[in-house]
Design a protein around this ligand. Structure first.
Ligand code: ATP
Ligand code: SF4
Ligand code: MG
Length: 326
């Protein structure tokens, strides 16, 4: 499989009055062409920071301390703003978290398409813009005649999310990144968005990277899952493998905490303890205060990400050479 995007040793922080929030700490992963990858973790674990650092869209108090993001032989973190502008939307498009709120309530949907085109210096005639916008709106299974002339407030949450996906597809990117595309939607609308993304991936041969706090959503849509805990990547695995045989104690906890319709209630258990503070994260393995397998070394040494024979990569001392598990 062709590696399309390679993130290596990415570190990002936020500067705050009290110090620095270590939100992305040495995260590395690869994205393969025509696959869907899910970045999964609980709230405030650093999922959005990874996406924002990769796409250089961090807020003003965010800083990238180190790392590379390789795409077509270039490091996206090093290229000029001008070069980045040619890649954004045309090659890599992003639908940020809560992007629905960024739709301008005073502008019709067609004008959002117009703005996007203008922002990228593209000179389409009015007819061409309408044709292309209509094509993308149809792709997300909405009616262009009504939707393009509507104001955002006239659309439901699910429709707005579809419009944002259509906007992101306007310049036909190779990679579509979506931060929490299904949160804040009802269960049925969530299912429709997941099905839509599945269909688009197949039809357009597009590569998807999406963020979700819901591992059940990841199970539906992703080929590969990256589990984030406290700003660190703790497990990286094909989806079927992670559900069949989760390796990291936190991943085990996440999977045990989801409730299937036929689940045995006695087997469902929440992960004890609270997520770590990223202002003063725990030493060594950031999961150690909550881990039932904690050893002395876990409190002192950060476990490296190691590859197991199953193909899973895991950052846990239990799996190091001579460790207790494989
Ligand atoms: P959620 O599921 O709630 O969207 P997340 O996993 O996307 O969470 P991030 O938004 O990446 O998490 O946040 C990671 C950490 O960085 C959190 O502790 C958060 O409070 C902090 N953080 C995020 N943005 C900022 C900011 N602009 N300034 C300071 N701290 C921030
Ligand atoms: Fe638990 Fe130690 Fe593994 Fe961390 S490194 S998950 S504390 S066993
Ligand atoms: Mg987020």
């Amino acid at each position: 499989m062709n590696c399309l995007l390679k993130v290596s040793n990415l570190k990002a922080i936020y500067l705050v009055r009290e110090g620095t929030i270590k939100a992305t700490d040495d995260v590395s992963f690869e994205i393969f062409e025509n696959t869907a990858a899910a970045i999964v973790g609980e709230s405030a674990s650093g999922k959005s920071t990874i996406i924002e650092a990769m796409t250089r869209t961090l807020p003003p108090n965010g800083r990238i301390l180190s790392g590379t993001v390789e795409y077509k032989g270039k490091d996206l973190l090093k290229i000029t703003e001008e070069e980045l502008r040619t890649i954004r939307w045309k090659e890599i498009a992003l639908v940020p978290q809560a992007a629905q709120q960024s739709l301008n309530p005073t502008m019709k949907i067609i004008d959002h398409f117009k703005d996007t085109v203008q922002a990228h210096g593209i000179n389409w005639s009015k007819d061409e813009l309408i044709n292309r916008a209509s094509e993308k709106i149809k792709m997300v299974r909405l009616n262009p005649e009504t939707v393009l002339n509507a104001y955002p407030m006239q659309l439901s949450g699910g429709m707005k999310q579809r419009v944002l996906i259509a906007l992101a597809l306007l310049l036909e990117p190779k990679i579509l990144i979506l931060d929490e595309p299904t949160s804040a939607l009802d269960v049925l609308t969530q299912a429709h968005i997941i099905q839509l993304l599945k269909d688009l991936k197949k039809k357009l041969n597009i590569t998807l990277i999406f963020v979700t706090h819901d591992i059940a959503v990841a199970a539906e849509l992703a080929d590969n899952i990256f589990v984030i805990y406290g700003g660190c990547l703790v497990e990286c695995s094909p989806t079927f493998e992670i559900f069949k045989n989760p390796k990291h104690p936190y991943t085990e906890g996440l999977i045990n905490s989801i409730m299937g319709i036929n689940a045995d209630m006695s087997k469902i258990k929440a992960i004890p303890g609270d997520p770590p503070s990223l202002l003063n994260p725990p030493s060594g393995c950031r999961f150690h205060p909550r881990c039932e397998h904690v050893m002395d070394i876990c409190k002192k040494v950060r476990p490296p990400l190691v590859q197991l024979s199953s193909g899973t990569k895991v950052a846990c001392h239990l799996y190091e050479e001579g460790g207790y598990r494989e």
